[in-house]
Structures are given as structure tokens and as C-alpha cells.
Design a protein around this ligand. Structure first.
Ligand code: F3S
Length: 385
């Protein structure tokens, strides 16, 4: 990969070991994937935040870095609510380590809002056509597909390196030729709410890392698109998809020849019933309209089981009345974290969720059973005796 003279200087260590390491990582990625050069990015979103996932080795790596990010950069969810961690059942030892990780990122100039839906917090991180370096799979999918920005599936170190240098290697989804769809998904069902997560759960497994082109029988909201993309990124490795007449780049493409048809029956089969000991919402982090829906469904009710609602701290702080209404039911609202990346989930046996992504990850990453249900059914289970 071609490097400018300024980039060569960084590689030679003229600005110190942190920038040298960062450009080494970017150059190695560029060489592996055949990039011609580095291109400027608008923002970075950095995974590798929860102490549960990165452990002491990760903490040490981040703490050793000395420098500042040069583009707006934001963190992925951590392993606990940074304020209410005791309420989650997090140990003092874990909390101390998690706080050290956040402090180390803060020292690098990274915004320490820990959220997988940064586009619901800041307007200036990504617009149509922007090159970015994001690393949480649902955020990647949303940025590429719904916003029409351009990012590869960055790992945590790649995104942090891009944030420090302000550039990323020019390959993959940054290039027009890799953004065209290669499988057509015809959906013969009228979908709403969590059905989009169920659809993503099925389609991700079928298509792996292809770029699907959907024709849907219904018009999804942005929250529903986000649920679809999050689930496809978890059960498969989909980083970009198009929806005819809905997503911004779909208009450029025809439906590909290779075709799969999804029927309503298949969507229904993703749902099941059971006896959960925890019900969790907010994967990806709940938007304001999702919180409003939960507040409406929980109005005047009392939960009889552990209920978590995960959202970003910015949304929680901006909507105190809504949060008060939800909490009146006994449900807990947690920020900065989620049911998957927090070790607090592991003390339960069975989690009911309305998210296709969580349905895939809860058994694998928390070691507990998951039941996928609609939002209404999750609330019914939460208030039943
Ligand atoms: Fe976000 Fe956690 Fe789900 S990071 S997408 S809420 S697994």
C-alpha cells in the first residue's frame, strides 16, 4: 500500500511508538486486503471496551498508548452501567477494571459514551458517502446500509488505530464495486417490530457475508432496519444490505439473479415460549420511540421478574420523564452496557429478548438460554405471575 511521506514518518516512529503502532496496524490491514492507500475518515466507533471481552491484556494495551485521536471517536458498550453497576450485581473487582479501561480511552480523547447506536446520539459522525471506521457489527450495518456511509468491519485495534491517524485503508466497502448486492431476498410476509430481527436471524445464517437486496412487503422504520441489520450481522456476517425503495443506495441496483424467498411461517418459527428468569430489551440500544413503546406497554403494571432495558446514557439523560414512567413498573434501565457484553447476565438461566442479535449471542456469549418473542409478549412475560 502506498504511504505518503507524512505517513512514512509515522511508520518510522517520528511521532512516537503509539502512532507508529497505529500506522503499522493500518498498513498491515491495507497490505492484507490489497488497499491502494489510506483515506481520511469522518469518525471512528471503537469496540473492545467491556472488561469481560478484553480482559487484562486489552486493558494493558490501551493503557500503554500515549496520544490523541484526531477524529470524533466513540466507544462501544462496556461491561456495566458506569453509575448503577452495583444494581446490576457487578463485583467491585470488575468495576475497578472497567473504570480503568474507560479512563485509558478517555486519556486518548475518545468520547466515553458507551453505545452501539452512536448515530442516535451524535448527528455529525456519519452522513451519506462518508468514509468511517466503525467496529460494532450492528453499527457497521446501520452506517453502511441505512445511512449510506462506508465502513469495513473493523476490529477494535483497527478502529482505534484509524481514530489516532484519522485514516483507514481504502478497500472493501469503501469501494463502489464491493457495495453492489449479490443475493435477492424476497419476503412474503407483513412484518412489524421484532419480526425484522427474526428475519435478520434467518437471513444472516443463509447468506453469510453476502450483500442482500431485499424486497419487503412492508415499509420498515429506521429502528426496524437497525434490528434487521443487527441480527444479520450476528447470525451471519452481513455488513451491508439494501432494501428496495427504502435504503439510500438501493436505487442504484437491480435485484440479483440468485434469489431466496422467506415466508411468514419461517419468521414465526424463530419465536418460542418458555419460563425466563430475566427479560431484556435494548439490543441494539433502545431508541426514544422504543422506550416510549415500552413505557406505554408497562403503564400501570408491575414487573414480577428481573427486567432490563438497555439504552445510551445520552437518551436516558434527555428523557427523564420517560425513564421515570418505565422505572415505576419495577423495570431497570441500564446505560453504557448491554445484556450481552455484561457479565451480570451470566447469573440467570434463561433470557427472553425481542432482538434477533441477542437471540444469537446470549447463548454463545453469556452461556444461558434465550427465548425470542415479540415486544408485547416480552412485556406479558415480565408482568405475569
Ligand atoms: Fe449493542 Fe450489545 Fe446488542 S453492543 S447490538 S446491545 S449485543
Amino acid at each position: 500500500m502506498y504511504l505518503t511521506s507524512g505517513e512514512e514518518k509515522l511508520l518510522n516512529g517520528e511521532l512516537g511508538p503509539t502512532y507508529q503502532k497505529a500506522i503499522e496496524i493500518l498498513a498491515a490491514l491495507g497490505d492484507i486486503y490489497g488497499a491502494d492507500r489510506l483515506i481520511p475518515i469522518k469518525s471512528a466507533q471503537i469496540a473492545g471496551v467491556s472488561y469481560k471481552t478484553i480482559g487484562d491484556a486489552g486493558l494493558e494495551w490501551i493503557s500503554d498508548l500515549k496520544g490523541k485521536v484526531v477524529v470524533p471517536s466513540i466507544l462501544n458498550p462496556a461491561g456495566m452501567d458506569m453509575e448503577c453497576w452495583q444494581e446490576m450485581g457487578i463485583s467491585q473487582e470488575f468495576a475497578d477494571k472497567q473504570k480503568e479501561i474507560i479512563k485509558a480511552y478517555d486519556a486518548l480523547g475518545v468520547k466515553t459514551e458507551c453505545s452501539c447506536t452512536p448515530y442516535n446520539i451524535f448527528d455529525d459522525l456519519a452522513s451519506f458517502g462518508d468514509h468511517i471506521a466503525w467496529s460494532e457489527s450492528s453499527a457497521i450495518s446501520y452506517a453502511n446500509s441505512v445511512i449510506g456511509a462506508r465502513t469495513n468491519r473493523e476490529g477494535g485495534p483497527g478502529a482505534l488505530s484509524a481514530a489516532l491517524i484519522g485514516k483507514t485503508p481504502n478497500y472493501g466497502f469503501h469501494l463502489d464495486e464491493n457495495r453492489s448486492p449479490n443475493i435477492f431476498i424476497e419476503v412474503e410476509a407483513n412484518l412489524q417490530g421484532s419480526d425484522y430481527g427474526a428475519l435478520g436471524y434467518i437471513v444472516g445464517e443463509m447468506v453469510g457475508d453476502k450483500v442482500p437486496f431485499f424486497r419487503l412487503g412492508s415499509t420498515p422504520s429506521k429502528d426496524e432496519l437497525r434490528s434487521l441489520g443487527a441480527a444479520m450481522a450476528a447470525s451471519g456476517a452481513v455488513a451491508l444490505y439494501h432494501v428496495q425503495d427504502v435504503t439510500p443506495e438501493a436505487v442504484k441496483y437491480e435485484a440479483p439473479d440468485e434469489k431466496l424467498t422467506i415466508e411468514e411461517k419461517q419468521i414465526k418459527e424463530v419465536y418460542s415460549t418458555g419460563e425466563p428468569d430475566i427479560i431484556a430489551f435494548g439490543c441494539p440500544h433502545s431508541s426514544v420511540s422504543e422506550l416510549e413503546e415500552l413505557a406505554r406497554l408497562l403503564d400501570g403494571k408491575k414487573v414480577t421478574k428481573e427486567v432490563w432495558i438497555c439504552t445510551s446514557r445520552a437518551i436516558k439523560n434527555k428523557n427523564p420523564e420517560l425513564i421515570k414512567l418505565i422505572k415505576k413498573s419495577g423495570a431497570k434501565v441500564f446505560c453504557d452496557t448491554c445484556m450481552v457484553v455484561s457479565p451480570a447476565s451470566e447469573r440467570f438461566k434463561c433470557m427472553m429478548i425481542n432482538s434477533g442479535k441477542a437471540h444469537k449471542y446470549v447463548p454463545n456469549l453469556c452461556g444461558i438460554k434465550s427465548i425470542m418473542a415479540t415486544t408485547e409478549e416480552c412485556v406479558r412475560a415480565a408482568i405475569s405471575n
